[in-house]
Design a protein around this ligand. Structure first.
Ligand SMILES: NC(=O)c1ccc[n+]([C@@H]2O[C@H](COP(=O)([O-])OP(=O)(O)OC[C@H]3O[C@@H](n4cnc5c(N)ncnc54)[C@H](O)[C@@H]3O)[C@@H](O)[C@H]2O)c1
Length: 263
C-alpha cells in the first residue's frame, strides 16, 4: 500500500462534503490519520465512522470555520486524538448567492467571504503553531478556477476564491522558515451535488458543461483528492505559494473544444 502520508495527521474542513470526503478517504489510504471537521455533524460523523469501520484512523469534530473557538477546538481535537497536526486542508465553502453589486446584500457578501476566506484564515491561525510544533507541515487551500476569471453574477464566490489564492501565497511567505509549505488547488467544475442547484440532474449538468472543458467533461472528486495528496505530501517538496490548476483545460481556451473530425 502506498504511504505518501505515513505518520501524518490531517485536518480537513468541509470533510463531510463530496470533495472533502474524497480527500479524507484518499489521505487515509496514503497512511494519514484524518480529522473531519464540518459544520454538518452528521456527514462528518458518518464518514469518520465509515473509515474507522474499515480500520482507518479518523475522528469527526463539528466545526463552523467562521467561529474562532470552533477553529481552535478543531485543532485541539486533532492533537488530543492523534498527538500532533501536520496537515491542514481547507475545503469548507458555503453556497454563495448569485447577483450583482446592485442586488446582493451586505449580508450575502459577508457570508461568502466569512466562510470561504475568513474561515481559512481562522483555521490557519490555530493550525500554524501546531504544524510548527510538529516540525513543519503542509497547508492546502481549495480555491477554484473561478478565482482566476470573472463570471456573471458570481462576485462573492469568485472574489473569495481569488483572495484565498493570494492568502495562500502570504501564508507560504510568512511560514516558509517554519518548514510549512502552503499551496492552493483550483479545481474546475467537479461532478458533485453542489452543481444541482443550477441543473436538473448530474447527467444534464455534465452534458451542458462538458464542451467547456478540453477534456470534454467536468472533473471528479477523486481527481481533486489525488492533486490534494500531491500537495500535502513530499511529492510536492519544491512547491510552496503556488496555485495548482486542475480544470480539464477550461482556462486554456475560450469556446467549445474542436470536434474530433473537423470535416
Ligand atoms: N464542486 C465543484 O464544481 C467545485 C469546483 C471548484 C471548487 N470547488 C470547491 O471545492 C470545495 C468543496 O466543494 P464540494 O463540491 O465538495 O461542496 P460540498 O458542499 O459537498 O462541500 C462543502 C462542505 O463544506 C461544509 N461547510 C459549509 N460551511 C461550513 C462552515 N461554515 N464551517 C465548516 N464547514 C462548512 C459543508 O457542510 C460541506 O460539507 C469548496 O471549497 C468549493 O468551493 C468545488
Amino acid at each position: 500500500m502506498a504511504s505518501e502520508l505515513e505518520g501524518r495527521v490531517a485536518l480537513i474542513t468541509g470533510g463531510g462534503g463530496e470533495i472533502g470526503g474524497a480527500i479524507a478517504r484518499r489521505f487515509v489510504e496514503a497512511g494519514a490519520a484524518v480529522v473531519i471537521a464540518d459544520i454538518n455533524r452528521e456527514t462528518a460523523e458518518v464518514l469518520a465512522g465509515e473509515i474507522v469501520m474499515a480500520n482507518g484512523p479518523a475522528v469527526a469534530v463539528r466545526t463552523n470555520v467562521t467561529i474562532e473557538q470552533d477553529a481552535e477546538r478543531a485543532v485541539r481535537h486533532a492533537i488530543e486524538a492523534f498527538g500532533k497536526l501536520t496537515t491542514l486542508v481547507n475545503v469548507a465553502a458555503t453556497v454563495t448567492p448569485d447577483g450583482t453589486v446592485e442586488t446582493l446584500t451586505l449580508a450575502d457578501w459577508n457570508a461568502a467571504l466569512g466562510v470561504n476566506l475568513t474561515g481559512a484564515f481562522l483555521m490557519c491561525k490555530y493550525a500554524v503553531p501546531a504544524l510548527r510544533k510538529a516540525g513543519g507541515g503542509t497547508i492546502v487551500n481549495i480555491a477554484s478556477q473561478l478565482g482566476q476569471i470573472g463570471i456573471a453574477g458570481r462576485a462573492p464566490y469568485t472574489t473569495s476564491k481569488a483572495a484565498l489564492i493570494q492568502f495562500t501565497r502570504s501564508l507560504a511567505v510568512d511560514h516558509a522558515a517554519d518548514g510549512i509549505r502552503a499551496n492552493s488547488l483550483s479545481p474546475g467544475g467537479i461532478d458533485t451535488a453542489r452543481i444541482l442547484r443550477r441543473f436538473k440532474n448530474r447527467e444534464e449538468a455534465n452534458r451542458a458543461r462538458g464542451p467547456a472543458y478540453l477534456l470534454g467533461r467536468p472533473g471528479r472528486a477523486e481527481e481533486v483528492a489525488e492533486a490534494a495528496l500531491f500537495l500535502a505530501s513530499e511529492q510536492s517538496s519544491f512547491m510552496t505559494g503556488a496555485d495548482l490548476l486542475l480544470d480539464g483545460g477550461y482556462l486554456a481556451f475560450k469556446g467549445h473544444r474542436p470536434a474530433k473530425d473537423p470535416s
